[in-house]
Ligand binder design. Structure first.
Ligand code: PLP
Length: 467
């Protein structure tokens, strides 16, 4: 593939090193000329291409965003151009425009239960903060101003702006920034590989719910405004719920007058084979937060879906929604989101995920679980993690091992394999994938083959031998 950008790779890397601060990145470790930086300039289907023309299978969908992949640019551009020509911008502050109205209506149709009201944001962190504020307004209107706390789960990631950061359960992201804005109690996660008290199946569900109930009782049930959780928790590595867990959480929330927020910034828009991950868990939350896949990231946008019950006080005479975001519901982004939904339906994106999930699970399990470094393969839909261990199935890597494996060996080896995936240790070390939802069986098979080679080499690098 010919280089299409006028700048040489080294010039771009160097200029990035000089001016561009990279998010959640050790900015100082890309070399003085930035030569460690992957600069991507083009996408096609599930692939992205760097400035030197190298192709990568984007097995992370650009951080869980590019559900429909990269080949719909022209169609999206036409929609965006049409909207820009008609009405480039206006707000959802006391006025409205057709794309936001139509999109809100479409989302209400697709959402579970009576989540019929939609507040638009610019991204996931804003969605989480919006959900919190809507919940607070609900409790205030019902004469319960004392509900100022929240329950979230250990190591869950709910965003980084100071409000959203409160709900995030990763201490090292939080402690540098002082006291959280919201008082949040974190409870046990649904890790079935290293389960709470060694419990399994329904016993684990019981244990997790008891842990949550204990936290609620200790904090005072009538001080808690919300429980927030992802249908499948990302941080920690695709932690699926044990049977009946979400029904139990719903019951706990109802019993104590607490609102239930499903944070679906990753799990909505097909990642789990459904429009909304909560459908897969057969639960109707009171609020759902989304972003990323809402537009397949052809434009930045987020939203909060709100049940009629929670929105009702906002329609009372004299009541004002005390929250607003200038770009929330941007008409160009809304038009792109509507087109994204149309493409999902036309290209049968959900159907593709549903059809391939059982095969993908088998393939990943067969090809990866036998490797000495892989102890667990877990996930759902097109959202999988492989827990990496130091030989013995239960033996985690120590800090030095993590450093050498996750930040030393894997990034370079993945790149050599033409694969973008995530090596992460917010929980125990995992390699994680979330391929574009339009990926076909051949593309996924090639991805699994590359993963197997990379992880076999990783085992060797870490001194592990085949059993
Ligand atoms: N909530 C969840 C579950 C997420 O995964 C993320 C980001 O990955 C966020 C919230 C924050 O989204 P954003 O990065 O768009 O602010």
């Amino acid at each position: 593939m010919a280089v299409t950008h006028q700048d040489s790779p080294s010039s771009l890397q160097q200029r990035a090193q000089q001016h561009l601060l990279l998010h959640f990145t050790r900015n100082g470790e890309l070399g003085p000329d930035g030569s460690g930086l992957l600069v991507l300039e083009r996408g096609e289907g599930p692939y992205v291409f760097d400035i030197a023309g190298n192709r990568y299978f984007d097995a992370l969908s650009s951080l869980f965003c590019s559900q429909i992949g990269y080949s719909f640019g022209e169609e999206m551009a036409a929609v965006a151009a049409g909207q820009m020509t008609r009405l480039a911008f206006n707000t959802n502050w006391a006025t409205a425009h057709p794309p936001a109205i139509e999109l809100a209506e479409r989302l209400a149709e697709l959402a579970p239960g009576d989540l019929n009201k939609v507040f638009f944001t610019s991204g996931g962190s804003e969605s989480v903060e919006t959900a919190w504020k809507l919940a607070r307004q609900y409790h205030l209107a019902r004469g319960e101003p004392q509900r100022i706390k929240a329950i979230a789960r250990d190591r869950a990631y709910h965003g980084v702006t100071l409000g959203a950061l409160s709900f995030t359960g990763v201490d090292r992201f939080k402690t540098p920034f002082g006291r959280p804005a919201v008082d949040v109690r974190h409870v046990a996660w649904t890790n079935q590989f290293r389960p709470l008290d060694g419990l399994e199946g329904e016993a684990l569900t019981g244990g997790l719910l008891a842990d949550m109930e204990r936290a609620i009782q200790e904090e005072g049930p009538d001080t808690i405004a919300v429980i927030i959780a992802e249908p499948v928790q990302n941080a920690g590595g695709c932690l699926t719920p044990p049977p009946g867990y979400w029904q139990g959480v719903r019951e706990l929330a109802d019993r104590h007058g607490i609102l239930l927020i499903a944070d679906e910034v990753i799990c909505a828009f097909g990642r789990l084979g459904e429009w909304f991950g909560s459908r897969r868990n057969a639960v109707e939350p009171d609020l759902i937060t989304v972003a990323k896949g809402l537009t397949s990231a052809y434009a930045p946008m987020g939203a909060v879906l709100v049940s009629d019950r929670v929105a009702e006080p906002l329609y009372a005479p004299g009541a004002t929604l005390l929250h607003g975001i200038t770009f929330g519901g941007h008409p160009v982004a809304a038009a792109v989101a509507l087109k994204n939904i149309e493409i999902f339906e036309r290209e049968q994106v959900l159907e593709n995920v549903r059809a391939l999930e059982p095969w993908l699970e088998r393939e990943l399990t067969e090809k990866l679980l036998g490797l000495p470094i892989v102890a667990d393969v877990r996930g759902a839909g097109f959202f999988w993690a492989f827990e990496l261990v130091a030989g013995d199935r239960q033996q985690p890597f120590d800090a030095d091992g993590r450093e050498r494996l996750l930040r030393g060996f894997l990034p370079g080896r993945l790149r050599k394999a033409g694969l973008i995936a995530r090596a992460d240790d917010r929980g125990d070390p995992v390699l994680q994938i979330a391929p574009p939802l339009i990926s076909n069986r051949d593309q996924l098979a090639e991805m699994v083959g590359s993963l197997a080679e990379v992880l076999a080499d990783a085992g060797e690098f870490m001194g592990l031998v085949e059993a």
